[in-house]
Design a protein. Structure first.
Length: 158
């Protein structure tokens, strides 16, 4: 299975051997949205959610998620992350919480999964903190926007 690096010669799962890859500066930026209703958006904005400051707690959860990625995604390498930045904002036009994660390291494998996990953990935290007010929130559009470093070079979402 030459196209799938996570399978050995017998077709069984494996963690890719990156020992021969050179260390490069690697970055990944991912984003996602939590779609809420207008009432929930206003409660987040005014600090009226009883569990606390939704955006701050979700920001910390996203950072923790990036750091825990190899504990959640079986074939991910444990990485020494050099930076994780989570930006959460209210998108009033789409009635949503916009989450953007930027993750960096210098190493032999990329940080795309860490960025995506950071966004996912932050989105789940927004849901958890607001579920008493609204149960039908939708988490969506989680995607990789940009990555640099490594053999495959730069990627930009079109």
């Amino acid at each position: 299975m030459p196209d799938f690096t996570h399978f050995n010669d017998q077709g069984k799962s494996r963690m890719v051997d990156v020992s021969e890859k050179s260390d490069t500066l690697r970055t990944a930026v991912a984003e996602g949205l939590v779609y809420v209703n207008e009432e929930t958006l206003n409660l987040i904005k005014s600090g009226g959610i009883k569990k606390g400051d939704v955006l701050t707690v979700a920001q910390v959860a996203g950072i923790m998620g990036a750091k825990k990625t190899p504990d959640l995604i079986p074939m991910c390498h444990p990485l020494l992350l050099s930076g994780v930045d989570l930006a959460l904002s209210l998108d009033e036009e789409r009635t949503a919480v916009l989450i953007r994660a930027t993750v960096k390291n210098r190493g032999s494998t990329g940080v795309e999964m860490e960025a995506l996990t950071a966004v996912s953990a932050a989105a789940l935290t927004v849901y958890d903190m607001c579920k008493a007010v609204q149960k039908n929130m939708v988490i969506g559009n989680i995607r990789l926007l940009h990555k640099t470093g490594g053999v495959h070079g730069e990627y930009h979402c079109s």
